[in-house]
Write a protein that binds this ligand. Sequence first.
Ligand SMILES: [Zn+2]
Length: 358
Amino acid sequence: MQSFLPRSGLGIKPRVSNPRLCQLLSCPDGTQETLAGMFCKNGSVVSNCRSIVEDVVNHANHFLHPLLYFLKVVMAEQNFVDENDIDLEDRTKRYFGDLYQRLQQYPILVVGAGAVGTEVVKNLAMLGVRKIYLVDFDKVSMSNLNRCIFFMPQDHGLMYKVHAVARYVSQAWQHTELIPYAMAIQDAPEEVWQVPIVILAVDNNEARYYCNLRALSSEQPPFLINGAMGRTFFEIQVLLPGETSCLVCSWSPEYVQGMFRRIVRESCDQFFVKTSERFPAISVLNSMIGAMMASETTKILVGLEQWKQHKQWEPEHQPILGQALRYDIATHEFSIGKLIPNPECVEVFCKIHRQAAQ
Ligand SMILES: [Zn+2]
């Protein structure tokens, strides 16, 4: 657009806007090319309209002065980069204010580096969390790329998901140290549990059961932020096992027994091929649930110290502790509800905590 400005010899002094301006911009060949239609998404002139624009400018300059002024000013602003704008956390600091430093105080454990886990990590790194343990035993598959931003086609079958995520994070957000563990959470080293918050971005209840057990058997149980998805909906739970409901309070004894029988059968049968059923999954739901889980994480982080002392959160940062939040993209139904602790919970440590609290 700017290329024809010198040739046109037009000034940029604005004149009174003319309501007929848009009507004048019709193509000479008779097609109804509108003003808006002459510009592609990035604001540049569509190439085959360039000569048309020049003709219009040359023949109707008195009508186009306001347009040229607008374009020149707007485009100049778009190209302007402030040399002092070098702090990538500038906008985040403006959001959190004095609370911003608290996001950096503790490491976070993220279990699962699939569609949800990668979205959580992306957001935590962008929010300024300084240390993240990421645990997942899986390698990248091509079908992951419809919803995982960190994976590349050439990673298929070769690179562990956690290493692919670490590769990107180490370059894009150097303030965040991402420590990858390419293994099952049951095999992860003890250091990953030295965190105040464990984020469960897994697709199986065995891992959820194990993390819940680890939390309950800890001297200082961490908060658990659990995410689960269906075809059109997602649900997140924010728990502090021992204080709120635990993750398995709602599981029946029959379900837990069946889960253990399946684990034993799979580990004993050398001919058993584990097949994880593939369910439909699209990126937008992953983005939403990952963002909400990361958001709950920040709420706990900024209010953690005062919650320990006074059981109070920061006013604008109240997590949904002890509750479940559910959103369905198909029906736009959004619901939130309390998770009731189960006095007959199948997890014995849950009972012990409850008895100790009474
Ligand atoms: Zn329980």
